[in-house]
Design a protein around this ligand. Structure first.
Ligand code: FE2
Length: 272
């Protein structure tokens, strides 16, 4: 069997001895699944509480029943805004980063986002429609970006996001030259990110089985996407960058992004 060029490693916070090694490994293209922790469960439970208060149903019941209709698009967008504005969720995420030994005083973060992805048979709703294969760096031009993906329930490989590690440092055709953030904000159904239409080989596309309380963490330079799965899913996600990454680490190189502006203003200090 061909050895994977990039590792997909499951680790517990106790195994993280040195944040520098961890971060360099992420910037080298390795993918981490942080094992279930009580802090991550706390973050999930708080989101669940907000969900119950907003929709009058638990996330558990919502996920169990594929046919349940509780989402009016406006109500979902309202909820997504609430999550983005929540200081207590941000504080918990900050604590979680500290468990992974991140220096939170130097860390900037994008907003924490709640994403709803229905099963393949249903129409997506709300902010953040499923994204085709892309690198986040095609939009942001920020090459030291780290992505965090936190499902609110157990997900099977058939219903998770996907990453194509093989293409971490391989050029691929994409529409980053034409895509504009302004248009995304202005035009309905404009894609949330530049993307590629390239058809990847099935065995190169990695999916992830994750337990509730586990966190998927990977470089924003990885090709990834959020296609719909067999089952619906709900998750939190965000991305972080640290001030001095470019000086301290070998960060991913630009192989195929044709955007010129660095969108560092998408990120703000996690500790104000
Ligand atoms: Fe993305």
């Amino acid at each position: 069997m061909k050895k994977l060029k990039y590792k997909i490693e499951k680790i517990s916070r106790k195994e993280i001895k040195d944040n520098k090694l961890l971060k360099q490994s992420i910037f080298d293209g390795n993918i981490f699944i942080f094992k279930k922790s009580s802090l991550c469960l706390e973050l999930i439970n708080l989101t669940n509480k907000f969900f119950y208060m907003h929709f009058g149903i638990s996330t558990e019941d919502f996920i169990k029943n594929e046919n349940l209709k509780i989402f009016e698009e406006n109500k979902l967008i309202e909820f997504q805004d609430k999550i983005k504005r929540s200081k207590s969720l941000l504080a918990l995420f900050c604590k979680l980063l500290r468990e992974f030994k991140f220096n939170v005083n130097e860390t900037l973060t994008d907003k924490i986002t709640f994403r709803y992805s229905p099963n393949v048979k249903k129409e997506p709703l709300g902010n953040l429609k499923p994204a085709k294969a892309h690198r986040d760096t095609w939009a942001s031009n920020v090459f030291n970006q780290i992505n965090w993906w936190i499902p609110l329930h157990e997900v099977e490989e058939s219903s998770s996001i996907f990453i194509v590690p093989e293409y971490f440092d391989k050029k691929i055709s994409n529409n980053s030259k034409a895509w504009s953030f302004k248009n995304y904000k202005k035009i309905q159904n404009y894609p949330s990110t530049p993307f590629t239409e390239f058809k990847f080989k099935k065995n190169q596309v990695k999916h992830f089985k994750l337990k509730k309380g586990e966190v998927l963490c990977f470089s924003g330079n990885h090709i990834h996407g959020s296609v719909l799965g067999i089952k619906k899913r709900i998750n939190l996600e965000t991305r972080t960058v640290c001030n001095n990454d470019e000086k301290i680490f070998n960060i991913p190189k630009n192989v195929d992004s044709e955007t010129t502006v660095k969108k560092i203003n998408w990120f703000s200090p996690i500790r104000k």
